[in-house]
Each structure stands twice: as structure tokens, then as C-alpha cells.
Design a protein around this ligand. Structure first.
Ligand SMILES: Cc1cn([C@H]2C[C@H](O)[C@@H](COP(=O)(O)OP(=O)(O)O[C@H]3O[C@@H](C)[C@H](O)[C@@H](O)[C@H]3O)O2)c(=O)[nH]c1=O
Length: 390
């Protein structure tokens, strides 16, 4: 007979492409384990990709515990034992293994009052409809309800992932400017002085990026662009002396006043510190997008492209919220900059970059206040734990 013998949580994550799905679930799993003492199994179908953002992971090991989370290789068919716990999360509507779904029904019949809570953790969106869908059940063929858990920016959504001590850590880091220089040194980057403008770039392909780089190269102040080897470079081939494949972390490429530094990928904590250390961040997807907000620095969001340009609807929804308390001129400059970047409008992106220069102080002040307003005291993991207990 199958029973709910344990209070553990299982999170299943299929790495579709890029690092966002695993990035979000890894953040959540760590926080649940470390702040709520929950025993978490994180099942991942592609440990090789995961290792890019968790260098201590051994992709050959089928079960390993790192930072309090048990990471399990999810093969099809499932070849490690699964036993139902208190909560089962399928991340981003990944298709759960049949072995898992069929084990849920008998648990429900032996424990009808408190069967495992089955959740689909959805993508983050600032759109209005999210509030209406958050928490809705959907009846499944195995007789168990599955609930939609929708992250979001308002009280009636599932909230935003943010560790309880993150802002304090960030503030302490940013209070001492020596931290950023020592981080750059540790990453093998040279030639960056305290007064230089430093911009981190983790984007998808866009001609807007190459236009900005060309503009920075011709500018009057030194700019350092810190770029991990990856998709951003596909748009910068004309600025490179070699093929993208030949780039190595630590390499520096100079053009006029622009120095491009090829970054190593680091773990998430290292990436957070990088965002805290830069004057401006260009980020993408979901997790780096949120971490750029928590970094309290101005940023461009290169949103993940969707069919029929639906991503522009999501971008607008977020920009509306973000600009709510921002003075008109600053809001307009920042909005247009983001739009131009996402729409690959090369002249416009340069023009808007120049425009936001004059409102830089306002944008920075807003970037510092935004995390406090956006979090609204209760983060996603805390809301999730409350949701499950109800
Ligand atoms: C550059 C860098 C990133 N990272 C982490 C931060 C994030 O957790 C992760 C990157 O994830 P994202 O920012 O979300 O961008 P992404 O483009 O990699 O992932 C995308 O995947 C698609 C399938 C989703 O639909 C998108 O919404 C998005 O999440 O990589 C590091 O840990 N170290 C690094 O050096």
C-alpha cells in the first residue's frame, strides 16, 4: 500500500533550453531547504546544463545533496525510486513521469484529508489575468487536483522569489566599493577602475546590443561590458577578432573606449554579486530579470521571445508596474530604451541610451526603492508554504 510516509517535497524540472527553468527551481529548492527546513528532492532531466550555473554539481552522479537539496537525475523512464511526499511541484508545466502520477492516486485514497499537494509552478508575469488564475485547481485523470501556482507582483499572486537575507547582504556588499573591484579581480578582469562604467550583459541575440557596443566604443568615457560566453556574442561577431567558439573567459577585447570582458559563468550567488557590482545590467528571461531588480541598479530586460510577439505584451505589463512611481521623463526614457532593445531598433536604442543619461540619478533612486515596493514583505517561498498548509 502506498502512503504519504514523508513530508518531503519533490520538484520536477525539465530543462527546455537556456538556464531559466533550472535557475528558478534551483533558487526555490535552496530557499525551501535552507529557510523552511523542508527536505527537497529536485529532479532534473539535464544535469549537464545545470552544471553551468552550479559548477560543484557532478553531472554523472544520479543523486547528490548540495546546499541542503537532494538533486536527482530524472531519466525517462524514471529509474530512481519516487515516493510521494507532502508536495509535488511540476515546474512550468513539464510532463510528469507516469510512474509519479500513478503513485499519487492510491495516496489520495488512503489519506483523503491531506493528499500530496500537486502544483504547477508557472512562469512569472506582471499581466492582470495572473491574479485570477493563481491557486485555481484543475481536476486530473488520476483523481487528484492540480493547482496553478502563479508567481507575480501583486498580493493576490504567488509572489516573487527572494531569500530573506538577500537585501541585507546586497546592502552590505554595495556599501563598500572595494567589494566590486575585488570581485572583478577574482573573475580575472583587469583594467577596471572605480570611476569606470561597468555593464553586465546576459541577453539573447539582438542587433540593438551591437549598436550600443559601437556607441560605447566611440564615447568619451571608459565602458566595460562584462559578457559570459553565450548568446549575446552571436550579435557581436563584427566586433570580435576571432570566432565566438575561440573566445575564452578572461579574454579582453578593446575598441575605442569600450572593453569587452569575456566572463566565466559563475554560480547563482556569484551572478547576484556581479549584478550588485555593476552600474547597469542587461538581463533576460525570468530569473536574471528578477535578480536585476533585486540588485537595485537600472537594467534593460531582454524578454524571452514568444509567438506572435506576445512577449511584448508581457514586457509592457511589467513596464507599466515598474514605471508607476517614476517621474514621466525617466519612465519614458527607460520604457523606450527597453522597447528599442527588444525590437532591435538600433538607432532608437542608442538615442534612448543617451536620453536616460540625464535621468540616471532618478533611475538609480527608483531601482533602489523598487525591490522594497515589489516584494510587499512576503516572498514566493513563504507564500507557497502558506498555500500548501491551507
Ligand atoms: C550568466 C549567469 C547566469 N546564471 C543563472 C541566473 C539564472 O538563474 C539563469 C538564467 O536564467 P534566465 O535569466 O531566466 O534566462 P534564460 O534565458 O537562461 O532562461 C529562459 O528559459 C526559458 C525556457 C524561459 O521560458 C525563459 O523565461 C527564461 O527563463 O542562469 C548563473 O547562475 N551564472 C551566470 O554566470
Amino acid at each position: 500500500m502506498t502512503t504519504t510516509s514523508s513530508n518531503h517535497w519533490d520538484i520536477f524540472c525539465a530543462v527546455v533550453d537556456n538556464y531559466g527553468d533550472i535557475g528558478v527551481t534551483w533558487r526555490l529548492a535552496k530557499q525551501l531547504a535552507n529557510e523552511f527546513s523542508i527536505k527537497v528532492n529536485l529532479w532534473v532531466d539535464d544535469l549537464g546544463s545545470f552544471a553551468h550555473i552550479l559548477p560543484t554539481l557532478d553531472p554523472a552522479s544520479h543523486s547528490q545533496t548540495i546546499q541542503g537539496v537532494t538533486i536527482k537525475q530524472w531519466n525517462q523512464p524514471l529509474d530512481l525510486p519516487y515516493s510521494p511526499g507532502a508536495v509535488l511541484i511540476e515546474a512550468f508545466a513539464c510532463e510528469l513521469p507516469d510512474e509519479v502520477k500513478t503513485r499519487l492516486a492510491p495516496v489520495k485514497s488512503t489519506n483523503p484529508v491531506k493528499p500530496p499537494v500537486w502544483l504547477n509552478l508557472e512562469y512569472l508575469s506582471a499581466e492582470d489575468w495572473v491574479e485570477g488564475c493563481h491557486g485555481l485547481p484543475s481536476f486530473q485523470p488520476n483523481g487528484v487536483d492540480k493547482f496553478f501556482y502563479m508567481p507575480g507582483f501583486t498580493e493576490k499572486t504567488g509572489g516573487l522569489i527572494c531569500e530573506s537575507d538577500l537585501f541585507a547582504q546586497r546592502d552590505a556588499w554595495q556599501a563598500d566599493s572595494a567589494n566590486r573591484l575585488s570581485l572583478f579581480k577574482k573573475l580575472g578582469l583587469s583594467g577596471i577602475e572605480q570611476h569606470h562604467k561597468v555593464i553586465s550583459i546576459f541577453s539573447y541575440e539582438t542587433e540593438a546590443l551591437s549598436a550600443l557596443c559601437q556607441y560605447w566604443a566611440k564615447g568619451s568615457e571608459p565602458v566595460h561590458a562584462l559578457i559570459p560566453k553565450g548568446r549575446s556574442f552571436n550579435s557581436l561577431q563584427s566586433l570580435l577578432p576571432c570566432d565566438i567558439d575561440q573566445l575564452v573567459p578572461g579574454q579582453q577585447l578593446s575598441q575605442g573606449n569600450l572593453t569587452i570582458h569575456v566572463l566565466p559563468m559563475t554560480d547563482q550567488q556569484g551572478y547576484d554579486r556581479l549584478l550588485w557590482s555593476c552600474d547597469f545590467n542587461i538581463v533576460r528571461g525570468e530569473d536574471s530579470f528578477l535578480r536585476a531588480q533585486w540588485a537595485a541598479r537600472p537594467f534593460i530586460w531582454h524578454i524571452y521571445q514568444q509567438e506572435d510577439d506576445y512577449h511584448l505584451v508581457k514586457l509592457e505589463a511589467f513596464m507599466r508596474l515598474y514605471c508607476d512611481n517614476l517621474a514621466f521623463e525617466s519612465a519614458e526614457g527607460w520604457r523606450q530604451l527597453n522597447l528599442a532593445f527588444n525590437q532591435q531598433r538600433t538607432d532608437a536604442v542608442v538615442e534612448q541610451w543617451q536620453n536616460i543619461n540625464s535621468v540616471g540619478v532618478d533611475l538609480l533612486a527608483h531601482a533602489k526603492q523598487w525591490p522594497i515596493d515589489a516584494l510587499k514583505t512576503v516572498d514566493l517561498a513563504s507564500r507557497l508554504v502558506q498555500f500548501v498548509q491551507k
